[in-house]
Design a protein around this ligand. Structure first.
Ligand SMILES: NC(=O)C1=CN([C@@H]2O[C@H](COP(=O)(O)OP(=O)(O)OC[C@H]3O[C@@H](n4cnc5c(N)ncnc54)[C@H](OP(=O)(O)O)[C@@H]3O)[C@@H](O)[C@H]2O)C=CC1
Ligand SMILES: O=C(O)C1=N[C@H](C(=O)O)C[C@H](O)C1
Length: 242
C-alpha cells in the first residue's frame, strides 16, 4: 500500500486528507507541522502532499528532492520564484502543483479556456472568488488557475492581462484584460465564477465547493497517481485524463 506523508497535517485540509487516505486504501506515513522535520517525513513516505503555507514550501521542496520522494503541492499563494523552484526540482523528482485538486474545477478550467478562445477579445472576462474568513492569500489559487486558462484561450500569459481588485478612479475597462476579484467571509469553502460579459449578453461559469472532501479526494488520487511517475511537473488534468 502507498504511504502518503502530509505537510500541514493538523490544518483544515491536512485533517480532511488524512481521512481520504484511509477511504482510498492508502496508508498515512505521517504528518509534519511547523517545527517538524520535513526530510524525516520525506524519507519514510512513498509520496508527499503539501497543504501548509507558502512560506513553508521551500523547505518541503528541498526535502522531496533530497529524499527523491514525489510531491503534490496544493498550497496556494506561491511566488513566481517558487514556481521557478518547482520547475527546477521537477527535473529530479515528480511534482504536481495545482491550486485546486477537485474534478469540477479541473474540468471548469478546460471549459473556460475553450470559451475564452471561442468568444474572442470583445468579451470581457472577470474571475470572482469567495472564501472563508481564515484564508490568507488572494486571489485564490483557483482564481489564478481559471485566469490562466482564460488567458491561454486568448493566447497570452495571465501576467500580461490581469487586473487585480479595482478601486478608486480606475478609468474605463481596458480591452482584453482579465479582472480578478476576491471576497472573504464566514465559512465559505470555495466559490468561483468566471463571467464572460459581451454586448447585451453574459455567460457565467460557476463552481461551488460544498465540502473540503472534494479537494481531499483529489489530493489523494493525485498522490497515488504521482507515486511512481518519473521526474517532471504534472497537472490535475494528467491525473484525471482530461
Ligand atoms: N489545491 C487545493 O485544492 C486546495 C488548496 N488549499 C490550500 O492549502 C493550504 C492550507 O489550507 P488550510 O488547510 O485551509 O489551512 P490551515 O491553516 O488550516 O492549515 C495549514 C497547516 O499548515 C501548518 N503549517 C504552518 N507552517 C508549516 C510548516 N513550516 N510546515 C508544516 N506545516 C506548517 C499550519 O500550522 P499553524 O496553524 O500552526 O500555522 C496548519 O496546521 C492553503 O494554501 C490553501 O489555499 C486549500 C484547499 C484546497
Ligand atoms: O484556502 C482554501 O480554503 C482554498 N484554497 C484553494 C485556492 O486558493 O483556490 C482551493 C479552494 O478554493 C479552497
Amino acid at each position: 500500500m502507498t504511504a502518503i506523508g502530509i505537510y500541514g497535517s493538523a490544518g483544515r485540509m491536512g485533517r480532511a486528507i488524512a481521512g481520504a487516505i484511509v477511504d482510498q486504501g492508502a496508508v498515512l506515513a505521517g504528518g509534519c507541522e511547523a517545527g517538524g522535520d520535513p526530510l524525516a517525513l520525506a524519507r519514510i513516505a512513498d509520496v508527499l502532499v503539501d497543504f501548509s503555507t507558502a512560506s513553508a514550501l521551500d523547505a518541503h521542496l528541498v526535502a522531496a528532492r533530497t529524499a527523491g520522494t514525489p510531491l503534490v503541492i496544493g498550497t496556494t499563494g506561491l511566488s513566481a520564484a517558487q514556481h521557478a523552484a518547482i520547475d527546477e526540482v521537477a527535473r529530479d523528482v515528480a511534482i504536481l502543483q495545482t491550486g485546486n485538486t477537485s474534478l469540477g474545477v479541473t474540468l471548469l478550467g478546460m471549459l473556460v479556456r475553450e470559451a475564452a478562445a471561442k468568444l474572442g477579445a470583445d468579451w470581457d472576462i472577470e474571475v470572482v472568488e469567495m472564501h472563508h474568513r481564515h484564508k490568507v492569500d488572494a486571489p485564490s489559487g483557483t482564481a489564478l488557475l481559471l485566469g490562466e486558462a482564460a488567458a491561454a484561450g486568448r493566447g497570452a500569459p495571465l501576467s500580461e492581462l490581469r487586473v487585480d481588485g479595482r478601486g478608486g478612479l480606475t478609468g474605463a475597462r481596458s480591452d482584453g484584460t482579465i479582472g480578478l476579484a476576491s471576497l472573504r467571509g464566514g465559512s465559505v469553502i470555495g466559490d468561483h465564477s468566471v463571467i464572460f460579459a459581451g454586448e447585451g449578453e453574459r455567460i457565467e461559469l460557476n463552481h461551488r465547493a460544498d465540502d473540503r472532501s472534494i479537494f481531499a479526494r483529489g489530493a489523494v488520487k493525485a498522490a497515488l497517481w504521482l507515486a511512481d511517475r518519473p521526474a517532471g511537473r504534472y497537472r490535475m488534468g494528467d491525473v484525471l485524463g482530461l
